[in-house]
Design a protein around this ligand. Structure first.
Ligand SMILES: [Zn+2]
Ligand SMILES: [Zn+2]
Length: 211
């Protein structure tokens, strides 16, 4: 009896010793792994990211302004090229790249990190957000190659370009052969059922307390 209790206690201590960061990584990596496992053959995995999913890591005015823009697309990545520990690290280039990819405009491959229409790394498409981070594409931003991305906004152009309306962006973004990739029986299947990357503090999914 006492031995059993000791084992239970040990198990509890082991769980408690997982840091908040490790728990976040495990939670996110599980979502990423599921998406990769369930991607249709020959297609890149994708996930719908709720608008506030990156809120925890958005620390400056520009990031918050971009986060407030409408989400245009699911994140779609080459299998194995996107890891939870990268996102949870909060590295600015990763967070900004995710913001660009979800809010920006699909562009012709920039030629630096993107060479094809649909199979780049980590993100499938070359996407840029004119007026933000010099219009650098998400894949160049991801690895801090921003200054090399050839599709950047003209240097010293001054004023930010106005973004086209949502409908115009959707029309511009829709590739001729585009189709919605549905992940069956998984959270995040639709925009109405997003994956909750930001569960409420203290819930079963999010036992951490943020101050
Ligand atoms: Zn690119
Ligand atoms: Zn680029």
């Amino acid at each position: 009896m006492s031995r059993q209790n000791q084992q239970l206690d040990f198990a509890r201590v082991s769980r408690a010793s997982l840091s908040m960061r490790d728990q976040m990584i495990a939670y996110l990596q599980n979502i990423i792994d599921q998406a990769e496992a369930q991607a249709p053959y020959g297609q890149n995995p994708s996930l719908w990211m709720p608008p506030q999913a990156l809120d925890f890591w958005c620390n400056n005015k520009v990031q918050r302004a971009v986060q407030a823009l409408p989400v245009q697309r699911r994140i779609s990545w080459a299998p194995g090229s996107l890891r939870a520990d990268q996102i949870v690290s909060g590295r600015q280039s990763y967070i900004n790249a995710l913001l660009i990819y979800t809010r920006g405009l699909v562009s012709a491959p920039c030629g630096m990190r993107c060479h094809t229409v649909h199979s780049n790394r980590p993100f499938s498409q070359c996407v840029r957000l004119p007026g933000y981070w010099d219009g650098c594409c998400a894949n160049c931003k991801w690895c801090d190659w921003a200054s090399y991305c050839p599709v950047r906004d003209a240097v010293n152009s001054g004023a930010r370009q106005d973004l086209p309306g949502v409908q115009a962006q959707i029309e511009e973004n829709a590739a001729p052969n585009a189709r919605v990739i549905a992940i069956e029986d998984a959270p995040g299947d639709t925009e109405e059922d997003p994956i909750d990357l930001d569960p409420e503090d203290g819930s079963q999914e999010n036992p951490y307390e943020l101050d």
